[in-house]
Structures are given as structure tokens and as C-alpha cells.
Design a protein around this ligand. Structure first.
Ligand code: C2G
Length: 141
């Protein structure tokens, strides 16, 4: 699949904490959009600024995603504002996210195609955490 004989590069970002089937399905769908998939992994510091406390440290989250068939490269996501530069740096033809982000990154359409793919229902890192770590305000059975 090429655009004027250039392999199509897809770019996405995420925390990918407690890697689960929703992450995997999205990565598979993203890879099917092109020939190369590059993934920005939120650093622990950026996650804190996103108001998210990841359980798995950045280095391990990045290693897990990098090992997935179809992922060609991973790199650190330090800030909301680096996407335009990353699109240029990686020569991304498509920027894509799950549709819980629908509309949030439309401004990037000046640099490349912007696509939102259907999110996998019923699973999230937050939900898994809630099942593993009893909330302090819940009475212990
Ligand atoms: N996702 C999905 N289905 C789920 C859960 C997540 O398709 N059940 C998708 C999200 O839509 C996102 C990607 O998987 O595109 C990664 O999700 P998170 O790890 O929760 O990342 P997020 O906190 O959304 O960070 O700058 C963008 C941010 O870094 C995105």
C-alpha cells in the first residue's frame, strides 16, 4: 500500500498501561491502515500531568508495545504539543486514535489524515485497576 510509492506511515499515542485486548485490537486496526506503525508512549511524568497514575513504568510499557507484531517503532510522548513535530519527524500519512478522542485532534488534519477508530467496549486500564485495587471509600467485605 503506498501513496506515490511511499510506504504509508500511521502514527498514534497512548499510555498502554496494563496492556489489554482493547489496546491490541486498536494496534491491529491501526496497522491495517498502512505499511508502518509508530507509537508514542506517554512517559510517567506526562501521565501524571494527564492525571493518570500508570501502574507499569514507561520503559516496560514501551517494551511491551514495541514487541507487538505490526508495531515498527515506539518513542516517548512527553507533552500534548509534540504531535505536529512528530508527524513531520516520522513522515506520518495518518494520525489515528480510538474514538474516545473523536474530534480532539482535528487540528492535525493540516499535516496528515486524522482518523478515529472504534474503541473496544467494556475494557480499560482504569477498569482493570478498579478491579485489582479496592477503592479506599468502599467498605472491605
Ligand atoms: N483504546 C481502545 N479501546 C479501549 C481502550 C483504549 O481502542 N478499550 C484506545 C484509546 O482510544 C487510545 C489507545 O487505545 O487510542 C491508548 O489508550 P490509553 O492507553 O488509555 O491512552 P490515552 O490515555 O488515551 O492517551 O496524546 C494522546 C494520549 O497519549 C492518549
Amino acid at each position: 500500500m503506498t501513496i506515490a510509492d511511499k510506504p504509508v506511515t500511521v502514527l498514534t499515542y497512548g499510555t498502554f498501561d496494563l496492556f489489554h485486548i482493547g489496546h491490541l485490537r486498536l494496534i491491529q486496526r491501526l496497522r491495517a491502515l498502512g505499511d508502518r506503525l509508530v507509537v508514542g508512549i506517554s512517559t510517567d511524568e506526562f501521565n501524571a500531568r494527564k492525571g493518570k497514575q500508570s501502574i507499569i513504568p514507561y520503559a516496560d510499557r514501551a517494551a511491551i508495545v514495541a514487541a507487538i507484531r505490526g508495531v515498527d517503532e515506539v518513542f516517548p510522548e512527553h507533552d500534548w504539543s509534540q504531535k505536529a513535530d512528530d508527524i513531520q519527524r516520522f513522515g506520518a500519512d495518518i494520525f489515528a486514535m480510538g474514538d474516545d478522542w473523536a474530534g480532539k485532534f482535528d487540528d492535525l488534519a493540516q499535516y496528515c489524515s486524522v482518523v478515529y477508530l472504534e474503541r473496544t467496549a467494556g475494557i480499560s486500564s482504569t477498569k482493570i485497576k478498579g478491579q485489582l485495587i479496592p477503592r479506599s471509600d468502599k467498605p472491605v467485605a
